[in-house]
Design a protein around this ligand. Structure first.
Ligand code: ADE
Ligand code: ZN
Length: 327
């Protein structure tokens, strides 16, 4: 699965912060940690639901202070992803989690985009997607978009993440309208823990190009029919769904049903430093645990390029490589 060319469309760059990096950055930035070792930190990575993960995910971000930290974190992710066969990555970042601690928007974006520039030399292209935290206010989201305006040439789109239930897409209608007016693409997490209605709202009110997760869409047959008819891409993250308790084990994941329904599914890692695998590990896991066939895996890789924001020439080139791939 490592040599199958693929795009990764659902990865939170802060979710690639490996425990070793947490300690390294804490030490150089003089940030005190409530753990005495990497092993102790890793032993806390037992989650019951999304919120139990988010608590430690945001706590660890305290070590991200400088442009260099953001640069090194993204460079490490891109190196790991190149080894996983990733040829193109569309990467989420959560600026509010940093600006509220006094980190400048410019330091975040310079750090991340600098790493993306360098990775081009290694045959991997990338884009940044600025995510709004849905458990923060709509006003805070609008203020964040304003702060990002000087850097829009380095941002391809906006997204919506963090604690889903109780924070429907409708809360962010205005800021997504503004983002689209500014020429940005749009995606949103919906139907991860939240109901199918949130998926419909993301499509109708936020006018998103893709749905992140979307697994709970299967609870609503009419919505499934719409997702199939409109070929709305879903960025599914199997290892994440198991670690956050949507499925008790991978063999119970509904990926086979999503594929049987004819939906435009892609495979992704979400927060690989926390969930036990990068993107190719997700491909291998669904092959081993769900019996996903080689031709289905090839289709999932092709879908990742179809669902991406790549220009059509580059997309065609990468799709040819997927066709030529031999398992
Ligand atoms: N932020 C990082 N990972 C997330 C996830 N799986 N769902 C929502 N917000 C997130
Ligand atoms: Zn996510």
């Amino acid at each position: 699965m490592f040599d199958l060319p693929k795009a990764e469309l659902h990865v939170h760059i802060e979710g690639t912060l490996e425990p070793e990096m947490v300690f390294e950055f804490a030490s150089r930035n003089d940030v005190a940690l409530p753990y005495s070792s990497v092993d102790e930190l890793r032993s806390r990575y037992e989650f019951t639901d999304l919120q139990s993960f988010l608590d430690i995910y945001y706590a660890n971000m305290a070590v991200l202070c400088t442009r260099q930290d953001f640069h090194e974190m993204a460079a490490a992710y891109l190196r790991a992803s190149a080894r996983q066969g990733v040829r193109h990555a569309e990467i989420f970042f959560d600026p509010q989690a940093h600006t509220k601690r006094g980190v400048e928007m410019g330091a975040i974006i310079d750090g991340l985009s600098g790493a993306l520039e360098e990775a081009r030399n290694d045959g991997i292209t990338g884009e940044l997607i600025l995510c709004f935290l849905r458990d923060d206010s709509a006003e805070s989201a609008m203020g964040t978009l304003r702060q990002a305006e000087p850097y829009l040439d380095r941002i391809i789109g906006v997204g919506l993440d963090s604690a889903e239930v109780g924070h429907p897409p409708s809360k962010f209608t205005d800021v997504f309208a503004k983002a689209r007016e500014l020429g940005l693409r749009a995606v949103a997490h919906a139907g991860e823990e939240g109901p199918p209605e949130y998926v419909a709202e993301a499509l109708d009110l936020l006018e998103v190009d893709r749905i992140d997760h979307g697994i709970r869409a299967l609870d609503d047959a009419e919505l499934v029919e719409r997702l199939r008819r409109e070929q709305v891409p879903l960025t599914v993250c199997p290892l994440s769904n198991v670690r956050l308790g949507s499925f008790s084990r991978l063999s119970e994941h509904t990926l086979p049903r999503l594929l049987d329904e004819g939906l435009l599914v892609t495979l992704n890692s979400d927060d690989p430093a926390y969930f036990g695998g990068y993107v190719a590990d997700n491909y291998s896991a669904v092959r081993d645990e769900l019996g996903i066939s080689i031709e289905q895996l090839r289709q999932l890789a092709a879908n990742s390029f179809h669902a991406s924001f790549l220009d059509s020439d580059h997309r065609r080139e990468l799709l040819t490589e997927v066709d030529a791939w031999q398992a």
